[in-house]
Design a protein around this ligand. Structure first.
Ligand code: MN
Length: 257
């Protein structure tokens, strides 16, 4: 029996499950805030072209307006200045093979409950690897923080007078994952792949800077990571084929035992 026949049979029998790691995309979707000196991304607008009416009696369709980095979305290497000159760095040129990979899920939800500014460190990655396995090349590393439990936009963004507070990666962890583990990219439950306070880090937004400079990807605003095992799931995360696109909302699915 071929691998794909086995896959279809296992899905049908429920031995494998499809888990949706995607948040709904709509007018309520929170958008990242930046310091006011920078240009802002708009929220989501969905406007009806026709809905079985005079404008189109038998059909319904909408016009969508949103930034590329809205809701559950993909970050391409061209998103960051460090990745701007790499080959195959935009949504339309990345080989589709690179959208599929095994998931390594690192659970730090308890740490984040105690400290919303929690940063993943190399030591923590090594602890995870000692328990599970070394992160293989070409993996999606998913940071399970529990942040997607925050349904309210103000709790999700968690902005204080000194800026947003949400978990992320220490620069040394991003370097380890990008360079030593050769991951496809990292996925997070928060609004972006850097910590809330990362504008103040050196370099600013280190995870974006390091990952995209190494040709790696990002996945933001994931959910349902608590339904995945630490290893053993496969994640498919394919952005829209936007010409020159720096990212796109997408449907992220995991196939899991
Ligand atoms: Mn993004």
């Amino acid at each position: 029996m071929s691998t794909l026949t086995q896959l279809v049979d296992d899905l049908k029998a429920g031995r494998l499950r499809v888990v949706d790691l995607t948040q709904p995309l709509g007018p309520e979707t929170p958008v990242i805030g930046l310091p006011p000196i920078f240009a802002a991304s708009p929220g989501v607008t969905i406007s009806v072209i026709s809905k079985y009416d005079d404008r189109g009696p038998a059909w319904y369709w909408n016009t969508l307006t949103f930034g590329e980095h809205t809701g559950t979305h993909f970050d391409a290497p061209v998103h960051w200045v460090t990745g701007k000159d790499l080959r195959d760095n935009s949504c339309d040129t990345i080989p589709a093979r690179r959208f599929v990979g095994p998931a390594c899920v690192i659970d730090v939800a308890r740490d984040v409950d105690a400290n919303p500014d929690f940063l993943l460190t190399p030591a923590r990655i090594e602890t995870w690897e000692a328990e599970h396995a070394r992160i293989p090349p070409g993996a999606w590393v998913l940071l399970r923080t529990g942040w997607s439990r925050r349904r309210d936009a103000s709790q999700f963004l968690n902005v204080a007078s000194d800026g947003p507070h949400s978990p992320g990666f220490d620069a040394s962890a991003s370097k380890m994952l990008a360079n030593d583990r050769d991951v496809l990219g990292v996925g997070v439950e928060t609004i972006g792949t850097d910590a809330g306070q990362a504008a103040t880090f050196d370099p600013p937004f280190p995870n974006h800077s390091i990952m995209h400079g190494a040709g790696k990807f990002g996945l933001a605003s994931l959910c349902n990571l608590d339904q995945l095992p630490p290893t053993g799931a496969v994640v498919i995360a394919a952005p829209l084929k936007i010409v020159g696109g720096s990212g796109s909302p997408l449907r992220v699915i995991a196939i899991t035992p």
